[in-house]
Design a protein around this ligand. Sequence first.
Ligand code: ZN
Length: 506
Amino acid sequence: MSEKHRKRFDQLCAHARETALLAAAESALEWDERTMMPTAAAEYRAEQLTLLAGMIHKRQTAPELGEWLAELAEGPLAADLHSPEGTTILQMKHDYERDVKLPQSLVEELTRTASLGQHIWEAARPKNDFAALRPVLEKLLDLKRAEAEAVGYPETPYDALLEDYEPGELTSNVQRVLAELREALVPLVAEIAESGREPDVSILARTYPLGAQEALSKRAAAAIGYEFHRGRLDVTAHPFCTELGPHDCRITTHYDEHFLSSSLFSTLHEAGHALYDQGLPAEWYGLPPGEAASLGIHESQSRMWENMVGRSLAFWRHFFPTAQSAFPDALGDVSLESFHFAINDVRPSLIRIEADEATYNLHILLRFELEQAMLAGDLPVADLPGAWNDKYEKYLSVRPPTDSDGVMQDIHWSEGAIGYFPTYALGNLYAAQFFEQANHDLGPLDEMFARGEFQPLREWLRTHIHAHGRCYSAAELVQKITGKPLSHDPLIAHLRAKLAPLYGLN
Ligand code: ZN
């Protein structure tokens, strides 16, 4: 390999690492904004963040970067697509070319409209005023169509938007797998509704003192392998996980004295995200081999720890005595079985973020269908609330009484995040398929969980998923690990195995 290529590659990495320093500073300010910052500081903070975002964008679209990448892509270091060097060059080239295809004016217009949309949504939702939101949604759709045309797409404009979240994935493939999921899930949810069985969910709404909740959340996160010396757990309104550097991945949660699930499962969810970030190769921080493969793969990690581990009977065989001694008044007279049934309550509901593990996917499916129809121009924004309500009735047998609890419940569309929703369902599908494979390779995992052993699963995920960063796409990763393309079967099998005994299904 020539000295020249190696030197150029080092120069490229140094440039990207410096950009990562700025991006980590941006993350630190955002973390502070959502956890600690006094409200009066909002305006100045927005100016700081805008300045940093502009600096980062400028560095990422610098003309010399394009020249280096073009030169390196022809050289020997790019020959192996899946090596860290090849991945760095080819993924950065891919991202760079996409970035420079977007006219500056369109980027600015999108940023401005998305921010405006956010503010309008915040004001309109409490007033149930969809009419106030409609013009900005229409404008955002026009801009997203322009974005798709500018960057190009293999089959349909929606592909271009999906690319931001699931690099390399095609709308047609997501349509296929989600349609199959719907075919299997709708009857399963109906069977559960007809079973006549219901858990006593009131036990989760007893009094759970906050201090003990915090201690239990920390203990659960540490038990699954979250490294507190490289992170911390704080309080926020809408829990998230963020990276502030290669050895600083922070999680957040939300405590409700009268709802235990709110803190516990959001902690496990965010810790699942953090295990992925903490498992990425630190020496490649700020470069594609040190980044997540996709949002769907990221979500698969959080959902696996939250649902497949955290809502399993085996997990609670180990943890329930600890929870009972933390909350003697609330859980002293509750059996392990009643508790496990309560945290796996399945019932159709109106609000996505409160939905259970099974019906959650139906909330996503209908959003995916609606946003494709809107982008294609087949569904005018004016008709969106009606179409939304009809789909809720069809898939979940509930009809939202208001747009606040219907079409306006999520912020995503109002801030231009179109193509984002399917990543949540993909995350569930990837999680189930990986978990099935891990159980096959290591299992039975249940027996380990019941003994409080979670490290084998964490190490398996590190080796097979985390360590690769972006060296494989999501589709390549699932094929490489499980020997099969993404399928709805493992998720349906997982849900049926857990829910059939609870609801007395065949
Ligand atoms: Zn998540």
